[in-house]
Design a protein around this ligand. Sequence first.
Ligand code: SF4
Length: 144
Amino acid sequence: MSKLSGLGCKAVIFVEFVPVTDESKDLAPGDKEREYLKGEIERLRKEHPEMVYISFPGDEKSSGGCVAAGRGFFHINSHGGAEPCPFSPYSDINVRDTSLKEAMNSRLFRELRDGGYLLEDHPGGCTLYERRTDVERIMADSNR
Ligand code: SF4
C-alpha cells in the first residue's frame, strides 16, 4: 500500500468473488474469510488514512444490505440496459431511451427496493443471486 500511496493512488477497491452459478457457490468467501478481509481493511485504514478503501460486497453489511438497484448504485451494461448490479444482469429499461433518473426508478428497481429484497442479510455471495427467481418473476410480470 505504501507504494500505491507513493504513486498518488487515492482509492482502493476490494472486490470479493461473487458466485452466479450453484457450482461456484462454494468459492465465495465465508464468514471467516470476510472477517479476515474486514480486519485487513481496518488495518489499512489506520496505516494509510490518505486513501479510501471500498470493499464490495463486504461493505454491504455496514450499508444495511445490498446497495444495488439504485439504493447505492446501479449498473449500465454495454447495450445501455440499466441492471441492478453486474451480478444481477436483468434489465427492463435502457438509458438510451430514458434519463438516468427514470432508469433509477424503473419498475424492476422500484420493486426490488420497495419489496425489501435488498435489506436481507445473506451468508456471503450475493443477495440478488439468492433471490434470482424473485427477480425473474418481477421481470416476467413487467413484460406482461
Ligand atoms: S446484487 Fe449482489 S453483488 Fe450486487 S450489490 Fe447486491 S448483494 Fe452485492
